[in-house]
Structure formats: structure tokens, C-alpha cells
Design a protein around this ligand. Structure first.
Ligand code: HEM
Length: 124
């Protein structure tokens, strides 16, 4: 992602953490999506997505040390992701973005990024 570095440095870790926290609050309220997450609470999932995002947005690469190469599409293949599931995921993320103060150009870059990756996850 070309603008990755500017996303991490302009948003900062705290906002990315807040974004991910709100994302999972919305996931926990979306039953069809929530069912895909095996664990009782979403704490570990929250940590993984946070570390992944700070990595792709140009921050520390702790994700790689802990989880190895992301291989996101492959990792997501175990869940049936159709257009509807993608929309539910994006809806949670866009609503989370509304909870964080984000400059317009960074918001646009984030939306483009999430739409692109979410489309790539469709596997059914
Ligand atoms: C399109 C709909 C999507 C669905 C239904 C979905 C669902 C899931 C589920 C159920 C997990 C397992 C939770 C866990 O244990 O970590 C997961 C993991 C993960 N997802 Fe998604 N996801 C979607 C899109 C995305 C997108 C767009 C991104 C990135 C921008 C993403 C990034 C990740 C990451 C980094 C993990 C943790 C991978 C690991 O280290 O094991 N996902 N996702």
C-alpha cells in the first residue's frame, strides 16, 4: 500500500487501536459475522487485526513476528465469505471509522484499502 506510511504516522497507534476496538464492538452485534469468530471473546482477534493494520499502514512489524506472513486470502478461506458477508464486515469497519476523528484524505485511503482487501476475501 503506497500511502501506508502516511496512514500510520498521521493516525497514530491510539486511533488505530480505537478503530479496531469499535470494529469488534460492531462485529459482536452482527450475529452472522460474529458466528465466524471461534473464540468466546474477541480480545485475541482484536489484537491480531490491530497488529496487522499497524504493520500495513507503515508501523512496527510485530504482526509478522507473531503470525508470520499474513496470507490473508488463504487464512480466510475457511469461512464462507460472499458479497453479503463482505458488506457486513465493511459496514462494521465504516461505522467504526465514524467513531474516530480522521482527516478526509486518510479516510478515503482507508476506505479504498478496506474495500479492496474485503473484495479480495470473497471466496464463495
Ligand atoms: C470480507 C469479510 C471478512 C470476514 C468475514 C473476515 C473474517 C475473519 C475471521 C472470522 C477471522 C478470525 C479471527 C481471528 O481469530 O483473528 C479473521 C481474521 C483476520 N482478518 Fe478478517 N475477515 C474479513 C475481511 C478482512 C479484511 C478486509 C482484513 C484486512 C483489512 C482482514 C484482516 C484479518 C486479519 C489480519 C486476521 C487475523 C489473521 C491471523 O493472524 O490469523 N479481514 N477475519
Amino acid at each position: 500500500m503506497n500511502s501506508g506510511e502516511s496512514i500510520y504516522s498521521s493516525l497514530g497507534e491510539e486511533k488505530i487501536k480505537t478503530l479496531v476496538r469499535h470494529f469488534y464492538i460492531h462485529v459482536s452485534e452482527a450475529p452472522k459475522l460474529r458466528k465466524l469468530y471461534p473464540e468466546k471473546d474477541l480480545v485475541a482477534a482484536e489484537e491480531r487485526l490491530f497488529l496487522f493494520l499497524i504493520h500495513v499502514f507503515g508501523g512496527p512489524s510485530t504482526y509478522l513476528e507473531k503470525r508470520g506472513h499474513p496470507m490473508l486470502r488463504r487464512r480466510h478461506f475457511q469461512w464462507a465469505i460472499d458479497e453479503h458477508m463482505r458488506n457486513t464486515w465493511l459496514d462494521c469497519m465504516f461505522r467504526a471509522m465514524d467513531k474516530v476523528e480522521i482527516e478526509t484524505d486518510i479516510r478515503e485511503a482507508l476506505m479504498n484499502y478496506f474495500v479492496k482487501v474485503a473484495n479480495h476475501m470473497i471466496n464463495r
